[in-house]
Design a protein around this ligand. Structure first.
Ligand SMILES: [Fe+2]
Ligand SMILES: [Fe+2]
Ligand SMILES: [Fe+2]
Length: 419
């Protein structure tokens, strides 16, 4: 599609963005992944198991949708019933290669003795979940803004106290051994944490072919969209419309798939916007509106670290730029906006207008086209791409409706699980 893309680099982007939603989360996903990785190495687990647990660390709270859910889980004694771990499992297991990772995430808040004493078969809880549970609780015990080495004694005391209750006893023993060494603590806060996560065992065998890449970005789309019923089908609709517009603009097969991929990730930065704001029923404050506007900036900035993903990033991240230079966040001029970015801008506006929002119903086809034509006149959107949409309106609208209907069914299955 666009060269070979590293799964680690892409998943780390999601981890990073999901933690930008609140400053108290300070790189929580990356820290948990780093701790889990060091525990796995000390345990001598095979590379593929180390990788699964580490990826599970990077993704473990993707099912925590509200700010409260994220912040509640920062308490050391947090215990959860049927909550974000289950939602994370439901989301992640929709991407087949993540089946093992999804199971690890599912039980990451299940205490060790709860698993044993409730009559459940303790063996059905993967070792990776126990490792993730411990890594997660170590990460939340480290107080930001205080020297990390000075905190080691207190964290060791807390973890020892939960040996055989919250945590698998043998794992606590491994932690007590490894946590004697300064590197274990320094890695948690180190700027090189990302480098460690990108290193072995992940470099080999974790590159994405075209099909896997497309399926992974579809998962990203679900993680982005399912945070609100109002956006639940948005990225699927944008991906389908962008792809068909690209085809009609003469893009080759491969480029059309890339356009679809860009559609799935164009709103990745929305993960940094609290779901409560996305769901707000009426008038956003100036501050909330500014916060929403940051999303395309974060899509661009975070994805810049992903090699081989440059074109997809560009097409996705520039969807709020305008030809007259009045868009955001870069205020690019027409000559700086490629056909791919222009297509994405049209696809995004088209799909957004037809959808219900917390503050208005979706517009009719006639009104949608009227608004889009007006946006051409005002210098926002590309006239040729909009003419294409105009000419093929019914076909493209059917494709949009079909894609969003399929996504709506997936969303309902997901939402049904949680009442
Ligand atoms: Fe969690
Ligand atoms: Fe957007
Ligand atoms: Fe969008």
């Amino acid at each position: 599609m666009n060269g070979v893309v590293s799964m680690t680099e892409l998943v780390l982007c999601l981890a990073e963005i999901a933690d930008l939603v609140n400053p108290l989360l300070s790189d929580h996903h990356k820290r948990v992944a780093g701790i889990a990785y060091n525990l796995c190495s000390e345990l001598g687990l095979p590379p593929s198991e180390q990788a699964d647990v580490t990826f599970a660390g990077m993704l473990h709270d993707v099912g925590a949708i509200s700010i409260d859910e994220r912040l509640d889980a920062l308490r050391f004694d947090f215990e959860e019933g049927y909550g974000h771990s289950e939602k994370g499992w439901a989301l992640l297991s929709t991407y087949k290669p993540f089946a093992g990772i999804a199971s690890i995430v599912r039980f990451h808040h299940t205490p060790w003795d709860y698993g044993r004493c409730s009559g459940k078969d303790c063996g059905s809880i993967p070792l990776g979940s126990h490792i993730l549970n411990l890594a997660d609780r170590i990460a939340v015990s480290v107080k930001p803004g205080m020297g990390i080495l000075e905190q080691a004694v207190e964290v060791r005391r807390k973890v020892s106290g939960a040996r055989g209750k919250t945590f698998l006893p043998e794992l606590v023993d491994v932690f007590l051994e490894i946590s004697e060494k300064e590197y274990f603590w320094l890695d948690i806060e180190s700027a090189s944490l990302e480098g460690i996560l990108k290193a072995e065992p992940f470099r080999r065998g974790y590159t994405l072919g075209d099909e896997d890449l497309l399926e992974l970005v579809k998962l990203f789309g679900r993680i982005i969209d399912f945070r609100s019923r109002f956006t639940a089908t948005h990225s699927s609709g944008v991906a389908a419309v962008a792809e068909v517009l690209a085809k009609n603009a003469g893009f080759g097969k491969e480029e059309c798939s890339m356009m679809g991929a860009a559609g799935y990730i164009h709103d990745l930065g929305k993960l940094a916007v609290p779901a409560e704001i996305l769901e707000k029923p009426s008038g956003l404050t100036k501050q909330e509106y500014s916060l929403i506007k940051t999303h395309s900036y974060f899509t661009d900035r975070v994805l810049r670290g992903v090699k081989g993903f440059e074109t997809i990033r560009e097409w996705g991240a520039l969807h709020h730029e305008r030809l007259d230079g009045k868009g955001y966040p870069f205020h690019l001029e027409a000559e700086q906006l490629s056909t791919g970015s222009r297509i994405m801008a049209v696809a995004d506006v088209f799909v957004a207008l037809t959808e219900d929002r917390p503050y208005r119903r979706g517009l009719s086809p006639e009104r949608t086209l009227k608004v889009i034509r007006e946006m051409v006149r005002s210098g926002a959107l590309d006239s040729e791409i909009v003419s294409m949409l105009d000419d093929l309106y019914h076909d493209i609208n059917d494709i949009r409706a079909h894609a969003q209907y399929a996504a709506e069914r997936e969303y309902r299955d997901f939402a049904c699980l949680f009442g």
